[in-house]
Structure formats: structure tokens, C-alpha cells
Design a protein around this ligand. Structure first.
Ligand code: ADP
Ligand code: MG
Length: 508
């Protein structure tokens, strides 16, 4: 084992309402490739953002190359010490060239002008050193596939003489050939004595490159060791077991008749031959890791994205859905993940938000006529009373409501219509525990009204707590189905991580 490069000890970090890191320690050595594992929300990204100076720790000690790191650490200082992070979401400037991105913020100039020739030359040299071919420094970033963009990020880090590289879920969007190239580079970097922290859920691939593993759960350090000393089951069982601090008021009722049938739905890389049924009075949960294809599946069903093939049947009748309007008419509603952006007009009042999708039925003389206030009030009262929306008055801007009440307005506007299926994408993300419970109550009420409710949730305790039946997705496919009685965190996570080993696939 090489000499110690980074130590983090007893690190704590809180965000409003959540303790993201609780007494976490980590040691990284020269020439070590460490897998950092943990479920969604375990605190992996937060820990790495502290290491790379993006976030400041609340307490705890850190050393880098033996040097004590003070609380005034920041991204610039981290860079100067040779720490580079390649974020989960790549942040390159799409309109700039490869070389311009690599030299962004420390452009080379000559007599007061950008020396593009020199920057292109140095970028080419760096790419050459990494044995990356067919990547021209003068290409505009937007023209490159994700994998190549990632290579540019890595090149940039190496140009900055990075000695410690953090890669946060780098391989999720890569093709087989791109994963192969990434792994080759990681191995080269290790041979050069660089240290790498590699965050990934793709357990199947890790053995190709990692030496050690550190596992986190619920903001805590759980265990570490040599990767090859763990079985797949041991890795997973160390990751699961998040404490359940929410109350899930799930009402059990007999399952009604089949409402929705989705048959062999295909839509892009993340919706591959998806088939399932949903029933009246049942909550069907979609579990999986971020990026598994659940949002994409719901968007394809809702007609928000086009599908390549597949059939959607509602109450026994095939529905021809080509746009959200078709879906709404057929009785399918989608409550999107980002309600401020996609689900709600925050500048309109509660009244207007609820009335909006119901305009055809409350306008005299059809769509363009004047609004029939009496009908409008009926609809708003119906929505308000069935969901007990607490508010000063219907005239308040929707944007001023709490997260839970905003969610209720989004649902209320659909209740006036005869919706048959309501799909919630991450319905409780970013809202407090009390509001979460309110949303679970809404779900119960919808269930009682005979609506087929579909919930997409990445929070394991939540999806287990509110669903009657659970489907698990991984990489655009359904990889598991279980009733709420059968479901266990280990079972769900095992299905959620059924990735193909892209390297093995590429080699064969
Ligand atoms: N900028 C932030 N503001 C508020 N909460 C955050 C922020 N970043 C992360 N969190 C919360 O901290 C916890 C750990 O998140 P994260 O480090 O992103 O986990 P992971 O990368 O393991 O999925 C989660 O509960 C998350 O919601
Ligand atoms: Mg993360």
C-alpha cells in the first residue's frame, strides 16, 4: 500500500433539516482506487464535495499530503493541492471547444490575446498522453457524446496536475466502449500513483478497477476493506438498513380491477420493453436508483416523450397517446418531480392553478368563453375539501404555499376530472416530514377513490412504506416485482443494481 494521501476524520455536515454526514472518516492512499458505495442520500457526494472544497465541513479534521486542512478550505485551494472532482452532472460549456474547456479560467494569452494555437497544442498533447484518439481539441463540446465529454473533464483535471481524482457516478451514461476507455484511463492513472475515489452503483463492473471499498449509510461510515474480500451480497447488506423515521399511514384495501396495462413500452435507452399493470385502489411503487429510467417510463406513458413502440390500455381500451393532452383525456395524470418547473404556475393563484386544466368544462361556450364562476367554485371546493388544503384563500399565489400544499394544488386540479391513473414522480422530494405525511394521506385518499396510483420514489423506506406492490427498475428495464409483504431493502437494492457488466459485454 502506498503512503497516505488524504485523511478525513470525524467529519460532520448538516444541511437545514438533514444531517448529511455524521462522524465520517476516510483514508486514501497513493495509487489506490477506492469505490465509495452507499444508497441514494447516503452522503457520498457531500463527503467528496467537502474533500474537493465545494462544501465546508461543520467539524472534523482533514489532511492532504500530510498537511492539515483548515476550515477556510475551498475549491481553489483543493485544486492547488491537486484534488479534482468530476461531478455527477458534467458541467462543461457546450458552446466552447474541447481546448477552451480544458483551459477555462486559466487561458493562455500572448500579447494580451488568447493563444488558441498554444492551448490546442497543449490539449492535444494531454489527450495524446492519455492515449485518447479521435478527439480533436478544436471540436465544439456539444458535438461530443457524454463519454468523450467525460474524457475532456479528466484531461482538464490532469492538466491541473491532479493527484487525487474523485469521479462521482461516472459510468452511468456511458456506452460499453466508453466504459472500457474510462477504465483503461483509471488503471493508467493508478499506475502513475494517482489516487482515485470512484462512486458508482454498478457493482458488477467495479472489480475491474477498484482496490478498496468504503461503504456509507445514512450519513455514517459503515465499513471498509479490500473490494475482493466482499461478496455482492455483503456489499449490498452493508448499504441497506437506513433508519425509518417517517410514519407511513398506508391503508390496506382489497385491490380493485385492472385500470392500466402497459405492454412492451420502448422509448430510448432508459425505457426498454417495459410491461406492467396497475389496479384501482392500489399503490404501485417504482423503486430504483436515480437514472434507472422510471421518470422516462412515466413520461413515455404520459406522452411527454415519444415512444418507439408499445401499447397503453386503460380500462380495457387501447389508448392512442401521442402527447400529454391525449394522456389526460384518456385519464392519466402525471405529477412531475419538479413541481415548481413543470407542475404548477407559481405566479398564478391557487384558484387559477386548479381551474387551468379544467377550463373547457367551466367556460361558457367552450374553451374561449367566459368562465362560469359557479362551476369554477365547485371544482375548487371539490379539490380543496377532498384534500384539505390549508390556505388563506384561493387567491393566494401558489408559489407562497408550503411544499406539501403545493403538491396538493397539483393534485387538486386533476381531481375534478375523471382521472383513472395518477403518477407521482418523487412526490416528497425536498419537503419536510410533516408535509410528507400529508402527501401520504393524499395518496390514501386517491386510493380510496378507486384511482390507480403510481409512485416513483428513490427513497427506499418511502417506497416500501407506501406501496402495495413494488416494481424495481435498473438501466431502463424492470428487474424485479414484489408485494409489500415480500419486499425487503436488500431485495429491492439487489434488483436495482442488476446492471450489465459493460466491460464483460464489450469483451465478449
Ligand atoms: N445542497 C444541499 N442542500 C440540502 N440538502 C442536501 C444538499 N446536498 C445534499 N443534501 C442532503 O444530504 C444527504 C446526502 O446527500 P448526498 O451526499 O447527495 O448523497 P449521495 O451522494 O450518497 O446520494 C441527502 O439527504 C441530501 O438530500
Ligand atoms: Mg451523489
Amino acid at each position: 500500500m502506498g503512503k497516505v494521501v488524504v485523511t478525513m476524520s470525524h467529519v460532520n455536515k448538516s444541511f437545514p433539516g438533514v444531517k448529511a454526514l455524521d462522524d465520517v472518516s476516510l483514508t486514501l492512499r497513493e495509487g489506490e482506487v477506492m469505490a465509495l458505495l452507499g444508497e441514494n442520500g447516503a452522503g457520498k457526494s457531500t463527503l467528496m464535495k467537502i474533500l474537493s472544497g465545494v462544501y465546508t465541513r461543520d467539524s472534523g479534521e482533514m489532511t492532504v499530503f500530510g498537511k492539515e486542512i483548515g476550515m477556510d478550505f475551498n475549491a481553489k485551494k483543493a485544486r492547488e493541492l491537486g484534488i479534482a472532482i468530476i461531478h455527477q452532472e458534467l458541467n462543461m460549456c457546450q458552446q466552447l471547444t474541447v481546448a477552451e474547456n480544458i483551459f477555462l479560467g486559466r487561458e493562455i494569452t500572448r500579447r494580451g490575446r488568447l493563444d488558441n494555437q498554444e492551448m490546442n497544442r497543449l490539449a492535444a498533447k494531454q489527450l495524446e498522453q492519455m492515449h485518447i484518439r479521435d478527439l480533436d481539441p478544436e471540436t465544439e463540446m456539444s458535438r461530443l457524446p457524454v463519454g468523450k465529454q467525460q474524457m475532456v473533464e479528466i484531461s482538464k483535471a490532469l492538466m491541473l496536475q491532479a493527484k487525487v481524482l474523485v469521479m462521482d457516478e461516472p459510468s452511468s451514461a456511458l456506452s460499453n466502449a466508453e466504459v472500457e476507455e474510462l477504465f483503461r484511463i483509471v488503471k493508467e492513472l493508478r499506475e502513475q500513483g494517482k489516487s482515485i475515489v470512484y462512486i458508482s452503483h454498478r457493482l458488477q463492473e467495479l472489480h475491474h478497477i477498484v482496490d478498496t471499498v468504503t461503504i456509507m449509510r445514512d450519513g455514517r461510515y459503515i465499513t471498509e476493506g479490500k473490494f475482493r474480500d466482499f461478496t455482492m451480497d455483503e456489499l449490498i447488506s452493508n448499504m441497506v438498513g437506513r433508519k425509518i423515521d417517517n410514519q407511513f399511514p398506508r391503508e390496506i384495501m382489497p385491490r380493485g380491477k385492472k385500470v392500466l396495462e402497459v405492454q412492451h413500452l420502448n422509448a430510448g435507452r432508459l425505457v426498454r420493453d417495459v410491461s406492467f399493470d396497475a389496479y384501482a385502489g392500489e399503490v404501485l411503487g417504482f423503486a430504483g436508483l436515480v437514472g434507472a429510467g422510471r421518470t422516462e417510463t412515466s413520461r413515455a406513458i404520459f406522452g411527454a416523450d415519444s415512444k418507439e413502440s408499445g401499447k397503453i390500455i386503460i380500462d380495457g381500451k387501447t389508448a392512442d397517446i401521442n402527447c400529454p393532452r391525449d394522456a389526460i383525456d384518456a385519464g392519466i395524470v402525471l405529477v412531475p418531480e419538479d413541481r415548481k418547473k413543470d407542475g404548477l404556475c407559481t405566479k398564478l393563484s391557487i384558484r387559477e392553478n386548479i381551474a387551468l386544466p379544467n377550463l373547457p368544462s367551466i367556460c361558457r361556450n367552450g374553451f374561449i368563453g367566459t368562465i362560469d364562476r359557479k362551476k369554477e367554485n365547485e371544482i375548487i371546493e371539490k379539490g380543496k375539501s377532498s384534500l384539505t388544503i390549508k390556505m388563506a384563500g384561493a387567491e393566494a399565489d401558489a408559489g407562497t404555499l408550503s411544499g406539501g400544499n403545493q403538491q396538493k394544488v397539483v393534485v387538486a386540479k386533476w381531481l375534478a376530472r375523471n382521472s383513472r391513473v395518477i403518477i407521482f414522480d418523487e412526490p416528497t422530494r425536498g419537503i419536510d416530514v410533516a408535509a410528507k405525511v400529508e402527501i401520504y394521506e393524499i395518496i390514501n385518499q386517491l386510493k380510496k377513490q378507486g384511482i390507480a396510483v403510481i409512485i416513483i420514489s428513490s427513497e427506499m423506506p418511502e417506497v416500501m412504506g407506501i406501496s402495495d406492490r413494488i416494481l424495481v427498475m435498473c438501466d431502463g428495464r424492470i428487474t424485479g416485482e414484489m408485494s409489500s409483504d415480500e419486499a425487503s431493502e436488500t431485495g429491492i437494492l439487489t434488483c436495482a443494481m442488476q446492471f450489465e457488466d459493460k466491460l464483460a459485454a464489450g469483451a465478449s
